[in-house]
Design a binder for this molecule. Structure first.
Ligand code: ZN
Length: 203
């Protein structure tokens, strides 16, 4: 199982971190060990002092493929949810400054949180999907898939040029604006439309 992530897929988020709007999807990976397993506690990592949440729509790949065209891409995923691409922002800033890879900031154990899956019907792909994140019951991020710079289908097609997609692979599709810091004791809850798909606290 592979975990793909898209960076800078919402213009307002690229702006808030002073990044340029990309001409093509920015893709990076997390290993399987990054997935926070269900009912496993999330511990604040000891190597960061600036842990950020990034709430994102996550797709689940349902068919093996390579060189998938954008028009065929919708046949390759069948479930969606909200997840968190946890980021050690201080570590990431240091790595970015030195032009080094991001893995230490993004790909550590437990850094990928995935909510309860929702079946993705074809008509949902063309429509916009609302999602949000609350920290301690306060709304901190609210996104809509129509604001993505690159659509689900474009992302899946682009990834498949470089990497074979396999059943069960996950695709984090990028975070909207409003990323921020969280601390021990915070309670994070993710919503797909109005349904709560995860809730956990930071230990
Ligand atoms: Zn992200």
């Amino acid at each position: 199982m592979k975990i793909f992530c898209v960076g800078r897929n919402y213009a307002e988020h690229a702006k808030e971190l002073n990044n340029n709007i990309p001409a093509e999807p920015v893709i990076f990976l997390k290993p399987k060990s990054a997935l926070l397993l269900l009912n496993t506690p999330f511990y604040y990592p000891e190597f960061t002092n600036e842990l950020h949440y990034e709430a994102e729509l996550v797709l689940r790949i349902s068919k093996n493929g390579k060189y998938i065209s954008e028009t065929q891409a919708a046949h390759y995923y069948n479930a969606v949810t909200v997840g968190i691409d946890f980021t050690a922002r201080d570590v990431q800033n240091e790595l970015k400054e030195k032009g080094l890879p991001w893995e230490k900031a993004k790909a550590w154990d437990g850094s990928a949180v995935v909510g309860k899956w929702v079946d993705l019907r074809p008509e949902m792909i063309s429509k916009s999907i609302n999602f949000s994140l609350k920290v301690n019951s306060e709304l901190v991020q609210s996104g809509n898939s129509k604001n993505m710079l690159f659509s689900f289908n474009r992302i899946v097609s682009e990834i498949s040029k470089y990497f074979a997609l396999n059943i069960g692979d996950l695709v984090f599709t990028g975070t909207p604006e409003g990323v921020g810091e969280c601390v021990v004791g915070d309670v994070l809850a993710g919503f797909f439309e109005n349904d709560k798909v995860f809730q956990f606290d930071i230990k």
